[in-house]
Design a protein around this ligand. Sequence first.
Ligand SMILES: [Cu+2]
Length: 128
Amino acid sequence: MSIGRPPAARPIALAGLLAALWSGWAWAHAFPERSEPRVGAVVRASPAAVRIWFDGDLEPAFSRITVTDSRGQRVDRDDARVDPQNRRLLGVGLRPLAPGAYTVRWRVLAVDGHQTEGDYTFTLKGPE
Ligand SMILES: [Cu+2]
């Protein structure tokens, strides 16, 4: 079995990811309304945190975000939590990031008892 993959596979994989992402959101019970960084964003400064705002209240004990770099290494601070002042807001702190692509994975339990999950990417652009 080959562990390499042709360069052409990457855009196809990303397109599939986006399709899964949007269809997942459309059918979710608590689904994201917006996020920082935004889905697919290219940012110039290392963000201090990832935050996702949902359309319904979350169960804090079963809602989490992880962020990984292109090698699959965790770059979040493992401190994901629902904001006590806003139970629709889930956030996690980030370590200082190097330029590159990052994947945000979230899994939440809505107060109606339904779990949803998804992922998206953002890119930290290096100096020109
Ligand atoms: Cu539901």
